[in-house]
Design a protein. Structure first.
Length: 458
């Protein structure tokens, strides 16, 4: 009887402790990792490093000098040599450790064993990146960081750089318009595409950038941000008037570059290799980011007259995609589907969009439209996105690299509030003045006093 009492006295607290750990792991994975997962995974890594590397085939035969030294000093068996391990650096989401590869090894050898290392050390995922020749970094992620997105405190920010989502390796996905000037974003209804767009708009709203929108859904997506927009078109007719104005602005900027660099006025725009960033700060025009929501609405036609208008608009979008970067004009094209079936010029426009983000789509063909021509292996990952995880997407570019990302939640009201607070940053662009949207009176009264726009600095 006394043994049973003692067992209950000891087992009760242990059961409560185990239940508390299980609850913390399910509801607060970051706290569980910092208190329980990190020490356990570190102990596993230190205790089994050599044996795990040998089981994964990441060891090499020792040098002759090492063999002679071991035989001369001890009678131990000469074991294969694993990559030299650096200092273990714990993070809030996992571990980081650098490995110096043994002679004859390459980073691909370590990357091929990432799944084995994940199971051996009891972590959620292992990612391998090359630091320099002969040195790789293992980023061990302790839990699923995309289940509850928390952006890193320190991110790479700057002009035309927007930390918009979290990667699956716990690093920030930064939309850098200087590196990837144009992008295509696809996603079905309720896939999180609008949330992604909100983060882009609010991130750019705080910067000295002109924001232009084409939203053929009567403006329901972009109209809440009207206070920060320099121009807005809410139907194809308005878009047909706005796009020529952007073309005119682009041509004026090319004339400015020509005048500054002494290029002959008759030189075709295609032969100018410089851009606005080579101009002095006091002459540099502000960058323009054009958001096109539901791009398919610009392609759909019902009459012969609309077909002519469609062809003209598509031609202007292609010109902006081909020549706009040097003039500081960047495109963000969004839609549910985008491919050759939309009509003439669709494939050519898509080829100019370097970045690709694919949320959950309704069929495999849509995923192939977004990723099939740059990263075929990413198509399967895009098709596997579950409806229960809105905001989850696959991001890639023409380099062939891709990764899973997820956008944190941002309410429409908060996004509109940020745009209203940043309304004084709307630059003065006479070309786009006729298309500037009307802001409700209540919102106008809450705006800060207008300021004169300053030249954009790099």
């Amino acid at each position: 009887m006394s043994d049973l009492t003692t067992l209950l006295e000891v087992g009760g607290p242990l059961a409560a402790l185990g239940g508390g750990a299980a609850y913390t792991r399910a509801k607060h994975p970051a706290a569980y990792w910092s208190t329980v997962g990190l020490p356990i995974s570190t102990a596993r890594l230190l205790g089994s490093y050599t044996s795990v590397m040998e089981a994964c085939g990441l060891t090499v035969a020792p040098s002759r000098l090492r063999v002679l030294a071991v035989k001369a000093t001890t009678r131990r068996e000469v074991r294969p040599v694993p990559p030299r391990r650096g200092i273990i650096r714990p993070t809030s989401t996992g571990l980081r450790i650098r490995l110096r590869l043994a002679p004859g090894q390459e980073p691909a050898d370590v990357a091929a064993s990432a799944e084995r290392l994940r199971h051996a050390w009891g972590v959620h995922a292992v990612y391998v990146t090359t630091v320099k020749p002969g040195v790789v970094e293992l980023r061990l992620v302790g839990f699923d960081v995309l289940r509850r997105v928390r952006m890193p405190r320190k991110t790479d920010t700057g002009l035309l750089k927007v930390p918009v989502a979290l990667r699956e390796d716990a690093t920030a996905f930064v939309r850098d318009y200087r590196t990837v000037p144009h992008q295509l974003t696809l996603g079905a209804t309720l896939s999180g595409k609008s949330m992604y767009l909100r983060h882009l708009v609010t991130g750019l709203a705080r910067q000295p950038v002109a924001l232009v929108g084409i939203d053929c859904k009567r403006g329901v997506e972009l109209a809440p941000f009207a206070a920060r927009l320099s121009a807005l078109a809410t139907d194809p007719d308005q878009a047909a008037e706005l796009l020529p104005a952007l073309i005119k602005e682009m041509e004026d900027r090319y004339d400015l570059i020509k005048a500054r660099q002494g290029i002959a006025p008759g030189t075709p725009d295609e032969e100018i290799t410089s851009d606005i960033w080579g101009l002095p700060e006091n002459q540099r025009p502000v960058p323009i980011v054009l958001f096109v929501d539901e791009v398919a609405e610009l392609f759909l036609v019902a009459t012969k007259k609309e077909e002519e208008r469609r062809d003209e608009m598509v031609t202007q979008l292609i010109r902006l995609a081909q020549l706009g970067r040097a003039a500081g004009i960047y495109l963000e094209v969004c839609g549910q589907r985008f491919g050759a079936e939309l009509g003439k010029g669709a494939t050519m426009l898509r080829a100019q969009l370097t970045g690709r983000v694919c949320h959950r789509v309704n069929d495999e063909a849509s995923a192939k439209m977004a990723l099939g021509d740059i990263a075929p292996e990413a198509v399967g990952a895009a098709c596997a996105i579950a409806p229960e995880r809105p905001g989850l997407a696959v991001a890639g570019d023409t380099s062939g690299g891709w990764s899973r990302i997820r956008t944190p939640y941002l309410s429409l009201g908060d996004a509109a509030e940020i745009c209203r607070d940043s309304a004084h940053l709307v630059p003065d662009l006479p070309t786009l003045k006729p298309f500037q949207p009307d802001v409700p009176v209540a919102a106008v009264e809450a705006l800060a006093p207008a300021l004169q726009p300053r030249p954009v600095t790099d």
